[in-house]
Design a protein around this ligand. Sequence first.
Ligand code: PEP
Ligand code: MG
Length: 904
Amino acid sequence: MATKNRLTYSFGAGKADGHARMRDLLGGKGAGLHEMTRIGIPVPPGFTIPTEVCNYFYAHRQHYPNGLEKAVADALHKVENNLGRRFGDPVNPLLLSVRSGARESMPGMMDTVLNLGLNDHTVEGLAAQSKNPRFAYDSYRRFVQMYADVVLGLKSKDKTAANPLTQILESKKAQRNVRLDTELSADDLRELVSAYKREIKSRLGKEFPEDPYEQLWGAISAVFGSWNNDRAIAYREMYRIPHHWGTAVNVQAMVFGNLGDDCATGVTFTRDPATGEKNFYGEFLINAQGEDVVAGIRTPRAISELEQTMPKAYGELRRVCKLLEKHFREMQDIEFTIENHKLWLLQTRSGKRTGFAALRIAVDMVGERIISKHEALLRVEPDQLNQLLRPIFDLQGKQRAQREGHLLGRGLAAGPGAATGRIVFHAADAVEWHGRGERVVLCRIETSPDDIRGMDAAQGVLTARGGMTSHAALVARQMGKVCIAGCEALQIDYAARMLHVGSTELREGDWISLDGSSGEVFRGEIQTLPSEILQVLLTRSLDIRQSEISQQFMKFMKWADQTRKLGVRTNADQPDQAAIAKAFGSEGIGLCRTEHMFFQGDRIQAVREMILAEDETGRRRALAKLLPMQRQDFKGILDIMGGLPVTIRTLDPPLHEFLPKTDGEIRELAQVMGVALETLRHKVSVLQEFNPMLGHRGCRLGISYPEITEMQAQAIFEAACELRREGKNPFPEVMIPLVSSRQELHEQRIIVERVAKQTMEKFRVKVRYLIGTMIELPRACMVADEIAEEADFFSFGTNDLTQTCLGLSRDDAGKFLPSYVLQGLLPEDPFVSIDRDGVGALMQIAIAKGRRHHKGLEMGICGEHGGEPRSIEFCHQVGLDYVSCSPYRVAIAKLAAAQAALRK
Ligand code: PEP
Ligand code: MG
């Protein structure tokens, strides 16, 4: 570390070496303390050891840079001079707090030591100074306990046992026959300190350090060490905080909220972090230390009550909070202490908040001219918008369920929202129960396209297997269904109609609740609340004038629309989904998976007839039955979307997916169709593939059976021509899946063009249309220049592109991918967020090659990544024209696109 770099940054008495923009070096907490000091807010003096020292510490086998010791001693002298107290002075001792503080706040993840500097001598000075021996010994007791835990590493033997010092405290309370620590006397506390020290000696074989400087260096090292404790590492992984940032250490003079009834400590937010309302919100405790508020040892009181108890300090706190919010131009989360009626600020940081609060605060602050519209757009996490659209659990109900031990397990939070219903195990039962007016949750080991109606009927879907792009998850998102996938703790027994989680047993009809935003599964019923925005936009059961959140949402989305460069389309297969997408302002359909239409109503019969037909004539007969049904669906979607583009994909999945699976089902179908059981069985077995995902699917079906593509093109163009005749302006984009060569697309294109021409001639109208392809195989990326010659557009199918680029099966990867991510072998699930280095690089090759040979080639993405904010940012950066996502993610995608444009 270069010697010119400062090793400590001091603050106190209105002067500070640092400021708010030095977060990288001083950490969030440090930068806040320096800035508050600068602007004249009462902050106990102290100093910050910067994050650079943490990084040096780890790079040099836990040694410190030369000169740190002197720098710390000098900085400490400044604090001493400032307050007129000396560190280690037996008469008038200075006590310190030593706290961590990273660039991004990591609440509770790293360590803190309070009341540092106490020993058998200084405690007497503190007792005399404060004229309160009980307080002095209570502080000493707390310090020894905290230091033993954090610095000396005195932990309980196993996770079920209490900490040994806590056990001593508990037996002291029992001995004195009291319930609370506050009921112990000064003598009790003195005895406790001695008992603690004996325990430390006997367990660790060393004395508790009496030397305050030794204590200080122990605490500093412990705080730096805590940057790499398990929970801090886990937190950084969860929130993608880089491991190389390091933490700063803040050493600060103690102020006491526990000196008597004219003292208090608490936490406030400048606006309500749950709703965003501009209320002064917070909690406090009289005669307590900060940790008591956080740990919930005593129930804190609402901040409004402080006005009655300590009006002057309360007035000052309100003034300071207003000042801080104005200064930082952001909602603040503030820690304060009142010592003998005097207010001290210990921390200010931007407050964490719900999606509701994030939206409201952003919109309100624009109205209050605190921030610009662009800043407002950057203040809301796109995924937070989910919370505004989903039914939500009543928070108290969920907390109660947690307290009562009803949490069964966790899976992948695949479809956000809250769902409560009765357990059913089969799609048909879901439909039947739903028909009787029951709310149901469909619980499956895994789902298949067959379950689609059951999923539609259910409040939510829970599966034991499958990942984020598993069928259940993507269909659920598209439908706006709550879904938890891959909840491995579940053992489902279809036959017994039961599920087990450990020793808990649930039967069909029992209540279960899914929090699809967190992945938590609960036993029992939890009340839900509907989303206001959906009532306004979709069901139109609520007037927007009566819904403030909807007004704010609409305003905010308008700003996003004005800012983004990427178009936002929707993946929708049915007119009702298209209508939802339209209500959210989707600019077209980016993917209509026509196979999903094959499952509706009694169509499956015709589909099966087509598959089982002996020859082309038989197939054409069956296809003729499907034609009017498909035409009707396409007409509905094209109509709803008006003149917006509607990308309709020709049949994609392998044919066996449409056939019955169990022996009973085959038998039943044979009877209905009048074919011999053996013939049907044989056909089913012939169609089975070892690896269907890489088998006879995608355009390969249309190549083998051109009449399927022909029928689908006919349905599309007849629908479009009918609409055209009605004076409408439909805009179909026909998309061919799983293409890997120019020739494949060429063959399919000829069919579609021929049918389009014939149909338009027959109807005597002209329809605008495009023919393009999905780019979802690595080879397609590499020969994109050739494919582009046959294509009017490309749409990246990143689900299959991820599967084929990484050689990872989308249906099986859920079993081991989570552990890969956990072990750091992959930064995250590539089915969730685009693997930029691999899949992303292939996309870039395809984009460059495609555009070089075909100027103005339209390019979008319709894989699940099209609704994921970081992938959307990537799509913006590589210059795609649009993203397509499930209807309920349209708002999220729009915001992510706006943010990408603002971040450049
Ligand atoms: C894809 O592969 O990304 C895609 C959109 O197609 P599907 O998920 O239907 O295979
Ligand atoms: Mg695909």
